[in-house]
Design a binder for this molecule. Structure first.
Ligand SMILES: [Zn+2]
Length: 293
């Protein structure tokens, strides 16, 4: 599918279209002008970002090499493998599809492999630089101020994104706005386990990739967040135990010769098998499949 990104954009200031997708992007109506950062169209208003946000962004820059794209980490392979679960849950959209909080683009790439054009949005430039190679287009923008026209997308996916956000409710409002009527959304995030939260907190206490905004949702909270703007079709929990082992393995220095991809695949297959049993109820991830009426 050919993607005409320019025709999907609107001005974040006066909300008129069209945006001239020059370098930098400019509004033909009010004269608003964005930026181009590392060759990526940038719609972020720096005044919206707190000091804590900026610290998290700086940490995320390093996380690309240390974690997201580090093939020595079991979870790096896990993220890539598990992305193939997403297109069926999203109903194989024709596109275009928005991958919100795309990171390095593994979720969007899985959707793209099924034939849809995918636009990735994130705040972290280092992530977008990788995602650009996997997706049809990338844009730097804030989830609460998306620079797209109403109903520009056939589907929206946000994997592991909402739990990072200070204002997930505004992000959901924007997701619903840019989704066409009848279009589907898939939201996936880690869920809250009361016994696990203190452990996660202890592990991350010196890691500025995890600000105070970080929040694990209960299933009921997560459903309610989506239901404010979209009709919920189903709520799933999955990946019960093996994902914990995978994440745990990444915390200890493993010898480089250990086949991380193979370990990830074995653990992933275990969780997929458990997901077909009632054990899925103990799943570490919660997903909401929804549509716009
Ligand atoms: Zn304008």
């Amino acid at each position: 599918m050919i993607l005409d990104l320019e025709s999907m954009l609107r001005c974040p200031e006066c909300r008129a279209s069209p945006i001239r997708f020059a370098s930098p992007p400019v509004c033909g109506a009010c004269g608003w002008s964005g930026r181009v950062s590392r060759d990526i169209p940038d719609f972020v208003d720096p005044s919206h970002l707190s000091r804590q946000h900026n610290e998290e962004l700086a940490a995320q820059e390093n996380a690309v090499e240390d974690y997201y794209e580090n093939e020595q980490k079991v979870s790096c392979h896990w993220d890539r493998m598990s992305a193939d679960e997403l297109p069926p849950l999203l109903g194989y959209p024709a596109g275009p599809v928005l991958d919100l909080g795309c990171g390095t683009g593994s979720a969007g790439a899985a959707v793209r492999r099924t034939g849809a054009a995918v636009v990735g949005v994130d705040l972290t430039l280092a992530c977008l630089e990788v995602a650009r190679r996997r997706l049809d287009a990338v844009v730097r923008a804030e989830a609460a101020h998306l620079p797209f026209k109403d109903e520009a997308f056939d589907a929206v996916i946000a994997r592991g994104a909402l739990h990072h956000m200070a204002d997930a409710r505004s992000a959901m409002r924007e997701i619903a706005r840019v989704l066409r009527r009848g279009g589907r959304a898939l939201l996936v995030d880690p869920r809250e386990f009361p016994w696990l939260e203190p452990v996660k907190h202890a592990i991350r206490k010196d890691d500025s990739s995890f600000t105070e905004d970080h929040h694990a949702y209960t299933i009921a909270e997560y459903r309610a967040l989506v239901e404010e703007h979209l009709a919920v079709d189903k709520v799933l929990t999955f990946h019960a135990f093996a994902i914990m082992i995978a994440v745990g393995l990444d915390l200890v220095p493993l010898p480089s010769w250990l086949p991380k991809r193979m370990i990830a695949r074995g653990l992933y297959k275990l969780d997929r098998a458990l997901d077909k049993t009632p054990v899925h109820k103990a799943g570490h991830l919660v997903a909401v499949c929804a549509h716009k009426n």
